[in-house]
Design a binder for this molecule. Structure first.
Ligand code: OGA
Ligand code: MN
Length: 288
């Protein structure tokens, strides 16, 4: 394995591994590096969706995304993060499915709308772009660690209401539409604002701006202000690695201690196709 650190606080690239056929010793090393660096980039992984699924399953069960129209018709575990339909046609701006997907341009953590959110995500860049479409990843341990004592005291024991439908409410276009798309039904859930990672035992901020409705049992406006402050604090460049994609990069991230967003790109002219598998979480987030 050839290792290269990507940012002072987050991310490592691993070359010379073949994810189609990874031996147990290498897999164990990868898992350790993942816990240490939070984000792993594996360049040059020309793999099929089936290989991608098999690699994901080495970590456990895979999620099926609640949005029906973004599941691959062949493999429901593949979430199609793409502005191109399965026939290869660019999806027009006015389409509900694009408007939903575009919400990944907002900072978020995958499946924060579930009672047991995902442990991690593995994304395969199939058709990538360098004109926008970079993906940003923030180290939420470090963002938490650097908060001053009085803020740490203030946010201790707080819970946040997360709701899948908030993703839709935040979309200017979708919120006005009658047909908002088809999704599995998901009730709102409460998650700690500061969580403890079950493997590393370290505390981190748990933010997912696209599903966070409010702080529970807190003045609504003051709660929103506090969340906005924490979001702005966490997305400073000292905590963020920006990934510029090459085709056949595989990037995996830990949803328990990072959040991410996609930089806008011209979705009317550029084809950006990414396939994701999502690792089912093993427990509810632990309050730190
Ligand atoms: C995701 C996502 C990242 C990207 O797959 O979870 O938010 O780069 N997209 O498209
Ligand atoms: Mn995402």
């Amino acid at each position: 394995m050839k290792l290269r650190q990507l940012h002072k606080n987050i991310g490592i690239s691993i070359e010379n591994v073949n994810l189609k056929n990874i031996d147990e010793i290498t897999f164990k090393k990868v898992k350790k590096l993942w816990m240490k660096y939070l984000i792993i980039v594996f360049p040059n992984q020309n793999i099929s969706d089936e290989d991608h699924i098999n690699f994901g399953k080495k970590f456990g069960e895979l999620e099926v995304h609640p949005s029906l129209s973004h599941r691959s018709s062949k493999n429901p575990e593949i979430y199609r993060v793409s502005n191109v339909d399965e026939k290869g046609k660019i999806i027009p701006n006015k389409e509900t499915s694009w408007q939903y997907l575009k919400q990944s341009w907002l900072w978020h953590t995958d499946s924060s709308f579930r009672k047991i959110p995902s442990n991690g995500s593995i994304l395969h860049g199939i058709s990538t772009t360098k004109k926008g479409g970079n993906t940003l990843f923030a180290n939420m341990y470090k963002a938490y660690e650097d908060l001053n004592k009085s803020i740490k005291e203030k946010i201790k024991n707080l819970s946040v209401l997360h709701d899948h439908d908030h993703i839709i409410s935040l979309s200017k276009e979708l919120s006005k539409k009658k047909d908002k798309g088809s999704y599995d039904k998901l009730d709102p859930v409460a998650h700690p604002l500061v969580r403890r990672h079950p493997v590393t035992n370290k505390p981190s901020l748990f933010l997912s701006p696209h599903t966070m409705v409010k702080i529970i049992d807190y003045d609504y406006d003051q709660g929103r202000q506090l969340l906005d402050f924490l979001i702005h604090h966490s997305i400073q460049s000292k905590y963020v690695y920006k990934h510029t994609w090459n085709d056949d990069d595989i990037v995996m991230w830990d949803n328990r201690c990072t959040m991410h967003s996609v930089e806008p790109f011209n979705n009317n002219t550029i084809k950006r196709i990414m396939h994701r598998v999502t690792l089912v979480g093993d427990q509810e987030p632990i309050m730190a």
